[in-house]
Design a protein around this ligand. Structure first.
Ligand code: BES
Ligand code: MN
Ligand code: ZN
Length: 499
């Protein structure tokens, strides 16, 4: 797909996208299109009850008086609420209209509504970002006629008064979008293909972007004493892997980095505490945290972010087998603490226990953020609209809440407290890996906190509700996997941790 930024010009080919805002109605380019088409837009608006509300889209086919094959009018919503996210969503909604059509070109001529919060080069770049995120498709395993899955679109043009500025802003947006695509590809990939070793191999190819990538196998992890992580992978034919990605972009190469840690369970069968069939479906996506971390690291490298950052991925497959870990086993983590494993399906926390400890022990990071499809309970609490946020540091938590809002990946904070922590008491070891029947997401976070040093500012994002989606319900996400996490982490870094 080609992206182009150009000065305003007549649109004589393909789809022409113009905007209307809730209140002001048709904006300048839309009014121009309406006039050229002899008032076709105004008539269509009335018949469609189109008022410019956010999310509304209307298209007028083959209008007389204009050369474009169709005019698409997108609703930008209330001018004062028109921001980065709204711009991206509006562009994505326009693209949605082209699904299954023969259009090869789409041109955006979207004016910033007066009083809006985004305009100029930044608006143009975010329109392109929204359009790009919507073009994502995962068709590598389709061998038949692609039909509706295939887009004929070749070129996306954004008309803007500041094409040079837009191209510059686009550089950053494009790096982020490519990171999101990488994360989506990894989550969509079936588990027979994406083993821990294959995931690690793909991470290694990122060395070409300037990232330093190291991979540890089981022998290396055993030396480090990672009994918690290794126990989870023990029932799998495939070797567990620990991947470490480093980006040195800060002025001082030795400055303490920020660290991202990802749960990378390439398939979660539950282990001997086997999941029932319907709950096992989709568990190829249980590496969504690790995917988001790799996607973010790639984005930081691609946009040459002025930060030192490390990504640590705990990659395992959780399988039942004669060699598998049993409920009742006791394992020793790298931190020295022992865990009684009462449910082998509460495996993500065991993987993260060692990955979190490793990240802190080796890198002494300024902050640690982990991402994990950790609990089904977070879906019960928050559904698919927010990821769960837990943190021992109010400043980091507030920064994540703000970054999430801006990036269109909102998070909602839930508590950590001693009262929940006691639910992890074990009869024979330092702790057990499950709490009681209630507060499942909180007890999981409490478990993780036991592997976080008191001096580390840490946040945990439970992304079990947002890493993938059933059906198609978000304008920027056309596929099962969402790539959730790349945009919020990139925003967090850009706003707070760059020189
Ligand atoms: N990977 C799952 C969590 C999950 C559930 C992610 C649904 C996405 C959708 C995790 O490893 C798990 O199995 N958690 C258990 C924990 C329980 C055994 C304490 C759960 O949520 O049921
Ligand atoms: Mn599990
Ligand atoms: Zn899991």
């Amino acid at each position: 797909m080609q992206f182009e930024f150009a000065a305003a010009a007549a649109v004589d080919l393909g789809a022409w996208v113009v905007g209307a805002a809730d209140g002001p109605g048709l904006l300048a380019a839309a009014a121009k299109a309406d006039k050229a088409s002899g008032g076709a837009l105004a008539r269509a608006m009335a018949s469609c009850r189109f008022t410019g509300k956010r999310g509304q889209v209307m298209d007028v086919l083959a209008p007389a008086g204009v050369k474009a094959s169709r005019i698409i009018v997108v609703g930008l919503g209330k001018p004062e609420e028109f921001d980065d996210g709204a711009a991206a969503a509006a562009a994505a909604a326009a693209l949605g209209r082209l699904k299954g059509t023969a259009e090869t070109r789409i041109t955006f001529e979207l004016d910033a509504p007066k009083g809006g919060r985004i305009r100029g080069a930044n608006l143009a770049a975010h329109l392109a970002l929204g359009a790009k995120l919507r073009t994502y498709a995962f068709n590598k395993y389709r061998t038949k006629e692609l039909g509706e899955h295939e887009s004929k679109l070749e070129k996306i043009t954004v008309l803007t008064g500041d094409a040079a500025g837009a191209r510059k802003a686009w550089g950053r947006c494009q790096a982020v979008a490519d990171g999101v695509f990488l994360a989506r590809d990894l989550v969509n990939e079936p588990p027979n293909v994406l083993s821990p070793a294959e995931f690690a191999r793909r991470a290694k190819t990122l060395a070409k972007t300037g990232l330093k990538v190291e991979v540890l196998g089981e022998a290396g992890m055993r030396k480090l004493g990672m009994g918690a992580l290794l126990g989870v992978g023990q029932g799998s034919e495939r070797e567990s892997q620990l991947v470490v990605l480093q980006w040195h972009g800060a002025r001082r190469k030795t400055a303490a980095p920020i660290a991202f840690v990802g749960k990378g369970v390439c398939f979660d069968s539950g282990g001997l505490s086997l999941k029932p069939g319907p709950s096992m479906m989709g568990m190829k996506g249980d590496m969504g945290g690790a995917a988001a971390v790799v996607g973010t690291m790639q984005a930081l490298a691609a946009r040459r972010a002025k930060v030192n950052a490390v990504g640590v991925l705990g990659l395992v497959e959780n399988m039942p087998d004669g060699k598998a870990q049993r409920p009742d086993d006791v394992v020793k983590s790298m931190s020295g603490q022992t865990v009684e494993v009462l449910n082998t399906d509460a495996e993500g926390r065991l993987v993260l226990a060692d990955a979190l400890w490793y990240a802190q022990d080796r890198f002494k990071p300024k902050i640690v953020v982990d991402l994990a499809t950790l609990t089904g309970a977070i879906l019960i609490a928050l559904g698919v609209e927010h990821a769960g946020l837990f943190s021992n540091d109010d400043r980091l938590a507030d920064r994540l809440i703000d970054a999430g809002k801006k990036a269109g990946e909102p998070v909602w904070r839930l508590p950590l407290a001693k009262g929940y922590d006691k639910l992890l008491k074990s009869k024979i070891a330092d702790m057990k890996n499950i709490g009681g029947p209630n507060a499942g997401s909180i007890t999981a976070a409490q478990f993780l906190q036991r592997f976080v040093k008191e001096t580390t500012a840490w946040a945990h994002l439970d992304i079990a509700g947002v890493a993938w989606q059933e059906g198609e319900h978000k304008p920027l996400i056309p596929s099962w996997s969402t790539g959730w996490g790349v945009r919020i982490l990139d925003r967090l870094v850009a706003d707070h941790y760059e020189d």
